[in-house]
Ligand binder design. Structure first.
Ligand code: NAD
Length: 332
C-alpha cells in the first residue's frame, strides 16, 4: 500500500499547513492530504488508507469507534500541546502510536503570559477602550504596581513555566514556583525557589499558571485558594481554563482580592457571550491564541513532517506517549 499521511482537521484551524509539506514528504514517497472532517464518518471516509493520521482540533474524533475501523493506521499525531482528541487508551490497546508536538509553541506561550501579565497589571485594554471612546482618562490606570523586585509565582515549572521565568529575569524578581514533580535543583537553574501552593498564594504579587489540566489540577485555584491568596495579586492563565474555578475568580476580582487578570483560556470555549468575565474591565481576555506565531506554525509542520518520516522509517518518533506499542504486532 502507498505511504500516506492525512491531516483531518476539524474546522478553520489557526495553524494551517504552510503548503510545502506535500513536496517535502514526496521526497520520501509519502503522500500528504488535508481534510476538514467534522464527524467520525468523515474521518473514516478520508483516512482509510492512511498510516499516519494528524489531528489538530481538540474535538475527540479519534475514538475507539474510528480507530478500530482503521486497520492501516500505525500512528496518530495531535498537532498541539496535548493529545486529548485521541483516545489514548483505545489507540494503545489497538497497537497504534500516539504522538503530540508539545515544543512548537513554548516561546509563544511564554511570550503571551508575559504580555498578559504586563497588560493586566497596567490595564492596557481598559485604557485602550477609554481612549477610543474619547476618554483620555489616566485614572483608568489605577491601581498599577511596579514589577521590579516583585514576587512572581509560577504554577508548573515545565517547558513554558521555565521559559516564562527566564523572560522575567530583567525585572530582578523573586521567583517562586509550585510544582510537585520537579526538584529544587531543577528549579534553581531558572533562579526559582520551589514552595508549597499555600506559600505561593500567600507570597506572590503576580501568579502565572503553566501546569497541565489533569484531575489533580482541575480547580486547583478555587474558592479556598482565593481566600488564601495575597490581596492585590495579578493572575495570568495561558494553560487550561478549568485549572481555575471561574466563578471563584470572578468573585475574587469583584472583591478586589485579584487586582487584575489576563486570561487566554476559559472553562468553556468559546467564552460564552454572557460570561461575567466580559463585564470586568480589570480582566484582559484573548481567545486561546497563545501558541500562535509565524515561527510556531513553521515549527509545528516541520515537527509533524519529521515525525511522519520517522514512522515510515520504522524509527521511534519523538513525543511518542505510548512507546510500548512499538512491540505490538501491528507495528511489525
Ligand atoms: P510541561 O509538561 O513541560 O510542563 C508542565 C509542568 O507542570 C511540569 O513541570 C509538571 O511537573 C507540572 N505539573 C504537573 N502537575 C502539576 C500540579 N498538580 N501542580 C503544579 N504543577 C504541576 O508542559 P508545557 O509545555 O510547559 O505546557 C504547559 C501547559 O500549557 C500544557 O499542559 C497546556 O495545557 C498549556 N498550553 C497552552 C497553550 C495555549 O494555546 N494557551 C499552548 C500550549 C500549551
Amino acid at each position: 500500500m502507498d505511504k500516506l499521511a492525512v491531516l483531518i482537521d476539524h474546522d478553520g484551524a489557526l495553524l494551517e499547513p504552510e503548503g510545502w509539506e506535500a513536496g517535502y514528504l514526496a521526497q520520501y514517497d509519502i503522500g500528504w492530504q488535508v481534510y476538514r472532517c467534522r464527524s467520525e464518518d468523515e474521518v473514516l471516509r478520508v483516512a482509510a488508507n492512511a498510516q499516519v493520521i494528524i489531528i489538530q482540533t481538540t474535538v475527540p474524533l479519534l475514538t475507539m469507534n474510528v480507530l478500530s475501523r482503521l486497520p492501516n493506521c500505525l500512528c496518530t499525531v495531535r498537532a498541539g500541546a496535548g493529545y486529548d482528541s485521541i483516545d489514548y487508551t483505545s489507540a494503545t490497546e489497538l497497537g497504534i502510536m500516539v504522538c503530540y508536538t508539545p515544543t512548537y509553541c513554548t516561546d509563544e506561550v511564554a511570550d503571551h503570559a508575559v504580555t498578559l501579565l504586563l497588560a493586566a497589571n497596567r490595564h492596557v485594554s481598559r485604557l485602550d477602550s477609554g481612549v477610543r471612546a474619547g476618554a483620555f482618562n489616566r485614572h483608568l490606570a489605577a491601581p498599577t504596581e511596579g514589577l521590579r523586585g516583585a514576587t512572581i509565582g509560577i504554577i508548573g515549572l515545565g517547558r513554558i513555566g521555565s521559559a516564562f521565568a527566564r523572560r522575567l529575569q530583567g525585572w530582578q524578581p523573586r521567583l517562586l514556583a509550585y510544582d510537585p514533580y520537579i526538584s529544587q535543583e531543577y528549579a534553581e537553574q531558572y533562579g526559582v525557589m520551589l514552595v508549597s501552593l499555600d506559600e505561593l498564594l500567600r507570597e506572590a504579587d503576580a501568579l502565572s499558571v503553566h501546569c497541565p489540566l489533569t484531575p489533580e489540577t482541575t480547580h486547583l485555584l478555587g474558592w479556598e485558594q482565593f481566600r488564601k491568596i495575597k490581596p492585590g495579586v495579578v493572575l495570568v492563565n495561558t494553560a487550561r481554563g478549568p485549572i481555575i474555578d471561574e466563578a471563584a475568580l470572578v468573585q475574587a476580582i469583584k472583591d478586589n482580592i485579584v487586582r487584575a487578570a489576563g486570561l487566554d483560556v476559559f472553562e468553556q470555549e468559546p467564552l460564552p457571550a454572557d460570561s461575567p468575565l466580559i463585564q470586568l474591565d480589570r480582566v484582559v481576555l484573548t481567545p486561546h491564541i497563545s501558541a500562535t506565531s509565524t515561527q510556531a506554525r513553521h515549527k509545528l509542520y516541520q515537527l509533524i513532517c519529521d515525525l511522519i518520516v520517522d514512522v515510515f522509517a520504522h524509527k521511534q518518533p519523538p513525543f511518542l506517549v505510548n512507546p510500548a506499542v512499538m512491540q505490538h504486532p501491528r507495528q511489525r
